[in-house]
Design a protein around this ligand. Sequence first.
Ligand code: AP5
Ligand code: MG
Length: 218
Amino acid sequence: MRAHALIFLGAPGAGKGTQAREVAKQFSIPQISTGDILRDAVKKQTPLGVAAKAKMDAGELVPDEVVCGIVEQRLGEPDCRNGFILDGFPRTIAQAQFVDRVLQAKGHGRPQVLDIEVDEELLLKRLTGRRTCSACGEIYNVHFNPPKVDGVCDKDGGKLLYRADDNEQTIRQRLEAYHRQTSPLIDYYRAQGLLHEVDGNKDAESIARELREFFARA
Ligand code: AP5
Ligand code: MG
């Protein structure tokens, strides 16, 4: 099997994490979310977490050298040999150029880039309604995908948490950072013929089905 190097691109709340979890299971490859790694570091109060927290709380990007270092280390782990999903990375042109170099050096070839596009008014509702399981990371939404019991994960009974950056003011900043620093990556990858656009306005199951069909053809 050809190694899958997949990049999930999209605005905050587009559904990168929701879809990446499914695709990772389908191909038995790891989902590497720089946001999740950073949140874990914040929780454990490691030097990385302490340095990143202010940026994350402000809805700004963490410096390129910090996130590139995290990704380089993670891609060196054995479970990445047959491929991986980068969820929320790269987010700047400098990060994308770093990915190009790393993929080439590790013999992964060119990535497939999935750009999940969602209308802006939906994003706010998705983000303010998100709840995430503190134990297994399962992602819920009080409007679109509620748990059976309020505040409790259907899968393992874990407590559902609200993300610190999912408040309206920080969401505005995150969207601004996305438009200014990350959206240029759409043209960057389109120009190289690597971009596959996904209509992220549909329900999560329809999108998952489309992605399965896409990978079956790819
Ligand atoms: P990160 O954790 O990556 O956050 P983000 O990009 O803002 O994206 P989200 O995780 O909020 O959204 P998502 O697209 O994963 O949506 P989800 O599937 O959860 O980054 C956080 C911070 O870390 C950044 O602000 C920055 O500070 C830092 N950082 C991270 N990476 C960095 C990098 N590379 N460089 C620099 N800094 C970095 O879905 C959202 C909600 O919608 C859920 O409730 C879900 O249930 C629901 N939902 C999903 N799909 C659907 C659907 N189709 N229909 C209805 N509801 C849906
Ligand atoms: Mg996410």
